[in-house]
Write a protein that binds this ligand. Structure first.
Ligand code: ATP
Length: 219
């Protein structure tokens, strides 16, 4: 489904000492897999994630989604790729404090001009049910626990039904019990047929993965 071939990323290529953040990475990921990307600080995890999510482009190599090379996409094609195929979950949730849980999740559908308001409301209610937040739909983020906030962020990423869910340190701001809960939810999501890719510092949760990728110094 998602294949990367000989990816390199060089920051400041014209600098006297360019920084090689990724040094020829080859990986294949399939639908239904739960991938954990591990590695020390500076090993290239965020760089790899940003390329997979279409936030950044590699210096060389290919990123193939169902055989199509997204690394050569134009700006507009890349924006469509991010909108249609990718859900992204951030460590610090990135919720809007003045909006309710329902409204925060609905933001995930803001770019979907072809979906009616009624259908959007139905999709939001469905996903809130799936992540166990129906009772909290009218609450503000400030009224939620850290784990509940991360569930809102996951619901917002999933509401547009992307094929791929990417999470950057989703448990980084959570205690260990809540972290297990969130990792279990992410695993369940992969078992429903999505490709879930998680960057984590917490090696203790890596056993839950179907595949572990360990980055060492960009390799
Ligand atoms: N925009 C940038 N410009 C220049 N160098 C960068 C940039 N982003 C990252 N780097 C460098 O690339 C290397 C890999 O960084 P990256 O953020 O991918 O690592 P990481 O494994 O995600 O680290 P952390 O766990 O601390 O987030 C590091 O040496 C970093 O300093």
């Amino acid at each position: 489904m998602l294949e990367i071939k000989n990816i390199t990323k060089i920051y400041n290529p014209k600098h006297a000492q360019p920084l090689k953040a990724l040094k020829g990475i080859n990986l294949t990921f399939n639908a239904g897999e739960f991938i954990c990307i591990l590695g020390k600080s500076g090993s290239g995890k965020s760089t790899l994630l940003n390329i997979l999510a279409g936030f950044d482009q590699p210096s060389s190599g290919e990123v193939l989604l169902n055989g199509k090379d997204i690394s050569k996409f134009s700006g507009i094609e890349m924006a469509d790729y991010r909108k249609d195929k990718i859900g992204f979950v951030f460590q610090d949730f990135q919720l809007l404090d003045h909006l309710s849980v329902f409204e925060n999740v609905k933001i995930g559908l803001a770019m979907e001009a072809s979906i009616t308001k009624e259908k959007k409301d139905e999709l939001v209610n469905d996903i809130l049910y799936k992540v166990g937040l129906t009772k909290h739909a009218d609450h503000k983020p400030s009224e939620l626990s850290g784990g509940q906030k991360q569930r809102v962020s996951i619901a917002r990423a999933l509401v547009k039904q992307p094929d791929i869910l990417i999470a950057d340190e989703p448990t980084g701001a959570l205690d260990s019990e809540t972290s297990v809960e969130i990792m279990n939810l992410l695993k369940q999501i992969s078992q429903s047929g999505k490709l879930v890719i998680v960057v984590t510092h917490d090696e203790e949760y890596a056993h839950m993965a179907t595949e572990i990728v360990t980055l060492v110094d960009g390799m």
